[in-house]
Ligand binder design. Structure first.
Ligand code: TRP
Ligand code: ZN
Length: 894
């Protein structure tokens, strides 16, 4: 761990490095207890800066020797640094030898051990945990890497680029030498030494070049790699077709590892993945898992251009690569999904994620701009804001310049910056310059407020119909709340995709005053001032506005629509996103009203009827129906209140689910009967939509059966659980039993465990399912929390493995508010002890757990005081990591 107090790093303080490192030769004598790293660096002084000492980063490593130009040189060590005050001239080579200890590396940053071997994770600042270096992304070098290791234990030796040679050594050891011809920053460096096997595929791309694709996994997992390989091939094809970006490597490798802090890492030519996003077979992975593999494989592959060929100048520019690459993976998944309604389903899922995670972040103590201004621990800024809101910012650019204009902008971006480390400004400038006169280029400075300001803007819209003039005047206004360090906000450029509907749902023209008539029924309005009034003409009936179609900007919309108007949108909007949105808003406002009152919660008959007609609509896709029929989750409902009572929200949520189970009983029966998949398993949009709706129906049928004492559907669910041909259906049936607290849940859980006890990713699901089960209402309340506490003592539970820790603990604390926010504060005591324990081993994981409490101010009493006390106790600990300290201190200051 770094010594001394946490420093604040500021974007405004950026300066070029005092030295460049042009070439790196690394030799690894790999050993889990003590690895010896020898490094030869070709260094050049940066002549545009005055001469100054060379300061190399280093962390948790032991220095053995330093030489410059082959001779001894004087040096000193400061906390986290190796300093050479007088390097021998402007050009020199530096030879460094040091050791590191993979077995003791519980942080999983740098070189670490996992059961199948040794792996690296260098983003953001892990390379300095391997050897001394200028560990910053604007220092780019060509790497040659020689690996030596025990052949039996580590038969596979990999690094970035191309394999130059390999062979035997004495004492049962062997070696491999790799060379990466592309200049890269240290965070893209990778090494793997492990006992793995590969699925291989040769492909020939459009240009006629041949490439070798490999997916490395543990022996025994090869049968779960087909989907990852197919996703990789699809990614290569898509990036060439959509953005003319080819695969630039002879060999592209994906390696799966069971211990990993994040989803995956885009190291040049050698992507390292959490097993969760590689391994998938119908028997062990759900449709959602299959989709996750496709999207993460795409994401990391797309980084090869957006991230690796053009990288970030500094870590404040992280969204340059992450926002853009998330946008690209979202577009990829949409194109893979197929038709318009499958695309809309993907868009709804993405927006739901943005609102559930990014909006609260943007309103809480960790709020920061897409391009942050300061940080203490960079790992804390791999956030939903940088990733998901960053992707929305890129999407708005595409909306403003059009799809073709955006593709032109990408081409210009690569013409200008390929091979360099650049900024978010450079990206926006390229998109604008490729589209002169567009709505983006004429407002570029204002548009860039999206990069500079934190917080979610409010968009208020009010319409006025003038029957005499046959006109409709729409007034749009934007406001923004202050956020930490930003009291006053400047207006944003907000693209508002919209249409107008008549009372019978017909699409009306969207002709503005002074324009020629056209048949268009949809357009993009651009609000770039605090407010704007526009008058539509030739409107024969009072219209219902459908604003922000496809969620065209990441704002909170207040359009003042009545329930009757929302019902019109739910029934008729041509934009599927806004149809879903109307349904969610109807239900959400009912849930909020019920939360505020003491009366028994009920959904109005009109809403239930509208949901029924969506469910029964023959023209809608199953996946879309499932989304409409899913109530907003409890955490999302809580976020809508200034302060909220998690227990009351839970009561409301459960009651309304019971109501839908009862009143739509016949419809759920119909949905179950009519959405069985009888063909071979495919994880495509159509089949997974059917399974999602059938699972939803089954959950409702079992819920109703438990409520009415009917044994038949509980037995049917158990039967489905036993005989299901794939994990989606098996887990769906198990979840239906567990969520309804059916008596058969216990034998089903026991049987599931026995069936899958060797399969780590499936056992994660088994833990997560129990951690996410709703607390019973009434005398048995608290049983779920007690069960989670017992599961922490289960022999298969471990805090060391991030996936396992997340499955039980993060599920409880982020997805099960009623179990976590207990009146006796036992949930917070558990949080406190877990943050403390995990922080000592893995700060990156601990600080993510710490964030589960950052919204404490939004809790009603008694939870608020208890949560603050728990935070204060953690903050008072002397040995906290920078990562966790930054989170808890920001939370307490809020
Ligand atoms: N760059 C990775 C991605 O988004 C993220 C990542 C993987 C990461 N592992 C990490 C970030 C460890 C910080 C630390 O694709
Ligand atoms: Zn990424």
């Amino acid at each position: 761990m770094r010594e001394g107090p946490a420093l604040t790093i500021r974007r405004a303080d950026y300066t070029e490095p005092a030295y460049w490192i042009r070439n790196v030769e690394l030799t690894f004598d790999l050993d889990p207890a003590k690895t010896i790293v020898s490094s030869r660096l070709v260094i050049e002084r940066n002549l545009s800066l005055p001469p100054q000492p060379l300061k190399l980063h280093g962390e948790d490593i032991t220095l053995l020797r330093v030489q410059a130009n082959g001779e001894s040189v004087s040096f000193r060590q400061e906390p986290g640094l190796l300093v050479i005050d007088n390097p021998p001239g402007d050009n020199f080579t530096l030879d460094i030898r040091n050791t590191c200890c993979p077995d003791k590396n519980t942080q999983l940053s740098g070189l670490f051990s996992s059961d199948s071997g040794l792996f690296t994770q260098c983003e953001a600042e892990g390379f300095r945990r391997i050897t001394y270096f200028l560990d910053r992304p604007d220092v780019m070098a060509v790497y040659t890497v020689l690996l030596r290791a025990d052949k039996k234990r580590y038969p596979v030796l990999l690094s970035n680029g191309n394999l130059l040679e390999e062979g035997e050594l004495e004492g049962g050891r062997h070696y491999a030498k790799w060379h990466d011809p592309f200049r890269k920053p240290s965070y893209l460096f990778a090494v793997v030494a492990a006992d793995l096997v590969a699925r291989e595929q040769q492909i020939r791309t459009r240009s006629g070049r041949d490439h070798l694709l490999q997916v490395y996994v543990r022996r025994g997992d090869l049968d779960k790699t087909e989907h990852a390989m197919n996703s990789l091939i699809a990614s290569v094809v898509w990036d060439e077709a959509r953005f003319k970006l080819p695969l630039d490597l002879e060999r592209f490798m994906i390696v799966a590892v069971g211990d990993f802090n994040m989803g995956a890492m885009e190291n040049k030519g050698l992507n390292i993945f959490n097993t969760k996003f590689v391994l998938a077979s119908p028997a062990t992975a759900t449709d959602v898992d299959f989709a996750g593999v496709e999207s993460v494989v795409g994401h990391e592959y797309f980084h090869n251009w957006t991230g690796n060929r053009i990288t970030c100048r500094d870590w404040f520019q992280l969204s340059l690569k992450e926002g853009l690459t998330v946008f690209r993976d979202q577009e990829f998944s949409m194109d893979m999904a197929g038709g318009p309604s499958a695309k809309a389903v993907k868009r709804i899922e993405d927006v739901r994620g943005l609102r559930q995670v990014q909006f609260p972040e943007d309103a809480g103590p960790m709020a920061h701009p897409v391009r942050p201004d300061e940080y203490q621990a960079i790992n804390n800024f791999y956030t939903a804001t940088v990733y998901e809101k960053g992707a929305e910012v890129v999407r708005m650019m595409q909306t403003l310049v059009g799809r073709e204009g955006f593709e032109r902008g990408m081409t210009l971006y690569f013409q200008r910056h390929d091979g360099f480390a650049v900024t978010c400004d450079d990206f926006a400038q390229a998109i604008a310059d490729a589209n002169p006169g567009s709505m983006l280029s004429v407002r570029l400075d204002k548009f860039k407020n999206w990069y500079a300001q934190a917080g979610t803007p409010q968009l208020k819209a009010r319409g006025h119909y003038n029957a005499e003039q046959r006109s409709y005047t729409l007034t749009l206004a934007q406001t923004s709340q202050p956020s930490p360090g930003q009291a006053h906000k400047l207006p944003y450029v907000i693209p508002v995709q919209m249409g107008l509907l008549g009372p019978d749902g017909q699409a009306l023209p969207v002709q503005l005053e002074g324009e020629y008539p056209s048949s268009a029924t949809e357009r993009v309005l651009v609000l770039d001032e605090p407010s704007l009034s526009l008058t539509f003409v030739n409107i024969d009936v009072p219209p219902v506005p459908s604003l922000l179609r496809g969620f065209s900007a990441p704002v909170r919309l207040d359009d003042g629509l009545s329930n009757d108007e929302l019902l019109i949108l739910l029934k008729h909007d041509s934009d599927p996103f806004n149809r879903w949105e109307a349904g969610q808003r109807l239900v959400l406002s009912a849930m909020m009203a019920a939360t505020r009152s003491d009366a028994p919660p009920v959904l109005d008959a009109a809403i239930v009827e509208a949901l029924r007609s969506v469910l029964r609509d023959e023209t809608l896709d199953a996946a879309f129906k499932e989304l409409v029929l899913t109530l907003p989750n409890e955490r999302y409902v809580a976020e809508q209140f200034e302060v909220s009572d998690p227990q009351r929200i839970h009561v409301v949520h459960e009651a309304m689910r019971d109501q839908l189970a009862a009143e739509l009983h016949a419809d759920w029966l119909w949905a179950w009967d009519n959405h069985q998949v009888n063909e071979g398993y495919r994880p495509d949009a159509q089949q997974s939509g059917y399974r999602a709706l059938a699972n939803r129906a089954l959950a409702m049928l079992v819920r109703h059966a438990v409520a009415t004492g009917d044994e038949v559907w509980q037995g049917k669910a158990y039967g489905r659980f036993k005989t299901a041909g794939n994990m989606t259906e098996r887990l769906g049936a198990l979840q239906a039993l567990v969520e309804a607290h059916a008596a058969l849940a216990e034998p089903a859980l026991a049987r599931f465990y026995e069936m899958f006890k060797g399969e780590a990713l499936v056992i994660d699901k088994w833990f997560a399912l129990q951690a996410g089960a709703p607390e019973p209402i009434g005398p048995n309340a608290g049983r779920v929390f007690e069960r989670i506490q017992a599961l922490m003592k289960h022999p298969d539970f471990s805090l060391k493995n991030p996936n396992r820790a997340r499955s039980l603990i993060f599920t409880l604390m982020s997805a099960n508010p009623a179990a976590f926010h207990r009146a006796d504060a036992a949930g917070y005591a558990l949080w406190e002890s877990l943050v403390t324990d995990i922080d000592a081993a893995n700060p990156q994981l601990a600080s993510r757990l710490a964030r589960m409490m950052e919204r404490w101010r939004r809790l009603a009493e008694p939870w608020q005081s208890a949560a603050r006390d728990a935070l204060a106790r953690v903050a008072a600990q002397p040995n906290l990591s920078d990562d966790t300290r930054e989170v808890v201190s920001r939370a307490l200051e809020s």
